[in-house]
Design a protein around this ligand. Structure first.
Ligand code: ATP
Ligand code: MN
Length: 475
């Protein structure tokens, strides 16, 4: 039985076995209290060991980090914070952990734990984060299944650079120094595994659109790779993205789906991860104590999540947002690092001002200048803007990027020529606009940014089990 199940039982002296890793051992003259955790819940089970029952040699091996199994009677506990405990009759040691075990029962910094990524799951914080991550992933599938979407797996190895969404990692079986060259001295990829240059995908969207042009509503949920050298708290080189694509959806439908989706999965976590979210909330409160008053958040973690699911997202156009920004205090006082004018790609400082200072809630910006958005976005009648939408979240910035797609073959071709993409590489994508084209829309949500928002973790490296960032692929 998992400890989570054991803790739900009524203690009636029934015989129970619990297995897990020792968090702490406290001793008194004849009795030892051992807290065991198996990761099924943030809660530990207390094992009470009478030193007369268990031999000294065995008990000595029960140290923080050791893996043990205990069998005994489940009895009501007199201790605070727990209803039941196991009075141990027998105890096995599966694996010892000596005093060099790095995760001792004290506060470790997140930076320290990142260097112990192989063991950090055994802390309360990371246990909570990865249980919440699981719940969110499950909720993603549950939401789309209930909405009649099909889960479509798009390729991880690709020959197309989706949109220039980011720098790509090359996939090749050539040996680093022995790649064959053509007569011009360039690497001859026709001799490579796929007979052409291939990379790890930056997005499953283009293939996702092909699926939507037959199955109507699909979503992808898979790993995505960007070789961009951005050392921020919101960028990974390998992250997970959820990309729904829907036939017959216009931009307005797309916005509504994005809002419903995010609210649904956050609501699911609130309902199913209570203990973990309470722990993470207290962790955050603790962390905030060391911050100056004006940098502390106004809402606690759970209040913030409830606020998001109970309030409408603010919706406005890029042009309206630029107006607000130009008139804003920080712009007047020249406090923005990047000056605001119509046509710029909004920087994170601008997005954060809109979300955190001006509206104080999630914001959906639509109708961006076409020059700063990808070629496949549907052009508006004004000839200047496209039907793009970005969803911006407090503390996170962009969590979703999406659009209505250009479904008109000629307009799409014009745009492809304008931005200098070779249509040969996209012949299959273009054919969907030739054969039974339909209005359609979609978006991409960065899964780790969602997990960051829900858990309140400040650094994206702490919400994925094994982060991949520049100069870092140890584990
Ligand atoms: P940003 O401007 O923050 O780099 P982007 O415009 O490159 O994001 P898109 O290409 O629209 O992002 O990707 C869709 C979503 O994927 C983003 O809204 C974000 O949630 C997530 N995302 C993008 N790049 C990364 C990354 N390097 N690490 C983690 N998540 C990312
Ligand atoms: Mn990016």
């Amino acid at each position: 039985m998992q400890i989570k199940e054991i803790l739900q039982l009524k203690p009636e002296n029934q015989t129970i076995t619990a297995k897990g890793w020792v968090r702490t051992k406290r001793g008194q003259a004849n009795i030892a209290f051992v807290n065991i955790n198996d990761g099924s819940t943030i809660k530990n089970i207390q094992a009470v060991v009478d030193v007369n029952n268990i031999d000294e040699e065995t008990l000595k091996k029960v140290t923080t980090g050791a893996c043990i199994g205990v069998t005994g009677a489940l009895t009501p506990s007199a201790g605070a914070g727990q209803d039941s405990e196991i009075v141990v009759e027998s105890l096995i040691i599966y694996g010892v952990a000596d005093e060099t075990y790095p995760i001792q029962p004290k506060k470790h910094s997140l930076e320290f734990l990142r260097e112990k990524a192989h063991l950090r799951f055994r802390t309360n914080t990371f246990g909570a984060v990865f249980r919440v991550r699981h719940a969110l992933a499950f909720a993603v599938h549950k939401f789309y299944n209930e909405q009649g979407f099909f889960y479509l797996n798009t390729p991880i190895i690709t020959a197309s650079d989706a949109e220039g969404a980011g720098e790509m990692f090359r996939v090749s079986t050539f040996e680093a120094n022995k790649a064959p060259k053509d007569e011009n001295g360039n690497v001859d990829f026709t001799q490579d595994f796929f007979g052409r240059e291939t990379s790890l995908t930056v997005s499953g969207q283009l293939e996702g659109e092909l699926g939507a042009m037959a199955l109507s509503k699909i979503y992808t949920f898979g790993p995505t790779f960007r070789a961009e050298n951005s050392n921020t708290t919101r960028h990974l080189a390998e992250f997970w993205m959820i990309e729904p694509e829907m036939a017959f959806f216009e931009l307005e439908d797309n916005m509504k789906l994005a809002e419903d989706f995010v609210k649904y999965v956050i609501g699911y976590a609130l309902e199913n991860c209570k203990d973990d979210l309470e722990f993470l909330q207290n962790r955050l409160l603790d962390e905030e104590k060391s911050k100056p008053q004006n940098e502390r958040s106004e809402l606690s973690l759970i209040d913030k999540l409830n606020f998001v699911i109970n309030n409408d997202f603010e919706k406005l156009t890029y042009t309206e947002a630029v107006d607000i920004l130009i008139k804003s205090k920080p712009a007047q006082k020249k406090q923005f690092q990047y000056e605001v004018s119509w046509g710029i790609d909004l920087q994170s400082e601008h997005e954060r001002y809109l979300v955190e200072k001006h509206f104080k809630k999630p914001v959906i910006l639509i109708n961006y200048p076409k020059a700063i958005k990808a070629f496949y976005m549907k052009q508006n009648e004004d000839g200047k803007t496209v039907r793009a939408m970005d969803v911006l979240f407090p503390g996170i910035g962009e969590i979703i990027g999406g659009s209505q797609r250009e479904d008109n073959y000629d307009k799409l071709m014009d745009r492809i020529h304008e931005v200098g993409i070779d249509p040969e590489n996209l012949w299959w994508y273009l054919e969907t606009r030739k054969f039974g084209s339909a209005p359609h829309s979609g978006f991409g949500l960065g899964f780790e940014r969602l997990v960051q928002f829900v858990t309140g973790m400040g650094n994206i490296r702490d919400v994925i089990p094994f982060p991949r960032t520049p100069k870092n692929a140890e584990f």
